[in-house]
Design a protein around this ligand. Structure first.
Ligand code: PGA
Length: 269
């Protein structure tokens, strides 16, 4: 797990985009897992710019949505399908057939979830999955107490999540109570995970997830077990981390490690 602390929201987005861009340069048919919410918007905006400047090409990129409200069809303005189309897909040259999403109104929910898992596998698995984090430590819609080995399935939203998400609806009663989400086991199979967090209201969840015990009570804490998890957060989200100075020290020395290893290699050659 690598904890990268940047000054502000713009910088965390820039860092995430740089990593995605570099990964895409090595694999043009990148398989992405993508979330909705407030946090990833800056990443999508910057990727759109890069696409329009022809610095990144999405024609071979495949994208899977992380989650969806159950009961909303893809044209509902609050559905995650609508969000992804409006904020990202319609602005880039991704092919329609390369966009996979969880349906809000599937005929057979269990079967749909099973097929989603199979589709991810048939694309060779996720290369990079971007995640936000809930104030209660959720990732995707895996709320506290979700099995740490869960697969794509139906979940009930935590009351706190309904409350937080009600800002996008007329009132709290309109917020769906159920959703479909990639499971924590599904998430953990992504080759790389980038978790983004910005703002003071995420600082407690970030501290518990990164420095507390690995527990289903804080789903994001599972990322401590992922070999390629990059936790990119701004100063406010990092404000409660006990070892904040250490993470910054490691990050500052990162380039020196590569120089050091390169020099050592040259000497032994
Ligand atoms: P947010 O949501 O990006 O809107 O804060 C994150 C989440 O709930 O996972």
């Amino acid at each position: 797990m690598e904890i990268i602390i940047k000054e502000d929201y713009d910088q965390i987005c820039e860092e995430a985009v740089t990593i995605i861009h570099q990964t895409w340069k090595k694999k043009n048919d990148l398989v992405l897992g993508l979330p909705t919410g407030r946090t990833p918007l800056g990443v999508y905006n910057r990727l759109i710019e890069l696409n329009q400047n022809q610095e990144i090409d999405f024609s071979r990129v495949v994208a899977f949505s992380l989650d969806e409200y159950l009961g909303l069809n893809k044209d509902h303005p609050q559905s995650f399908a609508y969000y992804m189309e409006k904020n990202f897909y319609r602005h880039i040259n991704i092919k329609k057939e390369n966009i996979f999403r969880l349906e809000g109104t599937p005929k057979d929910v269990d079967r749909h979830c099973q097929e989603y898992e199979e589709k991810i596998k048939s694309q060779g698995g996720l290369d990079v999955l971007i995640l936000g984090i809930g104030r209660n430590g959720h990732i995707g819609f895996n709320e506290p107490s979700s099995s740490l080995s869960s697969r794509t399935r139906v979940k009930t939203l935590a009351e706190e999540t309904v409350e937080v998400n009600s800002r996008f609806f007329e009132n709290k009663d309109e917020v769906p109570r159920f959703c479909l989400t990639m499971g924590i086991g599904t998430i953990m199979e992504s080759k790389m995970i980038i978790l983004l967090a910005s703002g003071e209201d995420k600082s407690e969840a970030v501290q518990k997830s990164m420095e507390g015990p690995v527990t289903a009570s804080v789903p994001a804490s599972i990322l401590q077990l992922h070999p390629q998890a990059k936790i990119i957060i701004d100063q406010k989200a990092a404000s409660r981390l006990i070892r904040r100075d250490y993470y910054q020290w490691v990050y500052r020395n990162k380039e020196r490690v590569s120089d050091f290893l390169e020099r050592k290699k040259t000497i032994s050659d």
